[in-house]
Design a protein around this ligand. Sequence first.
Ligand SMILES: [Fe+2]
Ligand SMILES: [Fe+2]
Length: 139
Amino acid sequence: MGKMQWQNSLSVGIDLIDNQHKQWIEYYNDTVEAVATQKGQAQVMKTLGFLIDYTETHFATEERHMTAGRYPALPEHKAKHDELRSTLAGLVKDFEDEGVTPELKKAIDTFLGNWLVQHIQEIDMKFGAYAKQEKIVIS
Ligand SMILES: [Fe+2]
Ligand SMILES: [Fe+2]
């Protein structure tokens, strides 16, 4: 997959969340580039660090709004977030132990990008529909 571009089909209909997904894609693309151009350990760690911090910010935002909106599917949605949280922690550990290996490159280029697109289209989209249906205002 490599670098990604935002497209309308990724919109969940909530500006705050769409904007965070756009920002996430920027951090993701920076990470893909740092890995692809072998910018050195420090640069890869830096971009990966930004991406992971932003992932946490974003997940926390969604979880806060899902809690406030009494979203019934919150436990399943949060479980998906938790899976990625531990995957990312594992990636950092692998990187710290072994640097940029072909496996790490693949995990970032393929797995992470696909994860985001799938998660938005299958999971975040449902919360977007719920928020709309329940007329929940998110800003
Ligand atoms: Fe989510
Ligand atoms: Fe999301």
